[in-house]
Design a protein. Sequence first.
Length: 203
Amino acid sequence: MKKVILSIATLAGFAVATQAQVKFAPEVGLNVTTMKSSSDLATSTSNALVGLRAGAYVELPFNNMISLEPGVFYSMKGGENTFLGVKSTTTLSYIEVPVNIKFNLPLGIAGKVFAYAGPHIAYAVAGQTKIGSVSSDIKFGDGNAQMNPLDIGAQVGVGYQLPFGLYARAQYGMGFNNLSNASTMNTKLTNNSNFGISVGFQF
């Protein structure tokens, strides 16, 4: 019985200690995004589009060097193209959930540097295309004239954090699944990719 009580007390103490180490980090930054489209005949990549990325991470440490870092973000993606002098812009707004494995390298009074990698899943909540001066909303679904709202991919990044919690990070992310539902004689594939920079504060 004493062993059982001791075991429960040990687990409870570990849970409290782990909870005390959990850190929250609101963050805001910019995405520089492109859309890559390919078919059996050709492949093209759009010009870059700059959009907002804002949200927060929660850091769950395994030890002082490795942690799990899930988050929730509003993330703008898309791209621009110009054809015969007419510019077309696709803007997509996602709710994105990244889950990173984060590797921390403490630098003492200088703070720390960190690197991370992991998957993400994102769901489009709004979208718009603009051709010249004419704008129209994107319809999401599984129809041929609709866009797949689900974007599944991964990201890698690096950052630096000051001792009092302020940090900056840079990351590259890529979507793996096809956003296009077009059904033609040629296979079509459309993917998001983005480079992001952001600042945050961890407490």
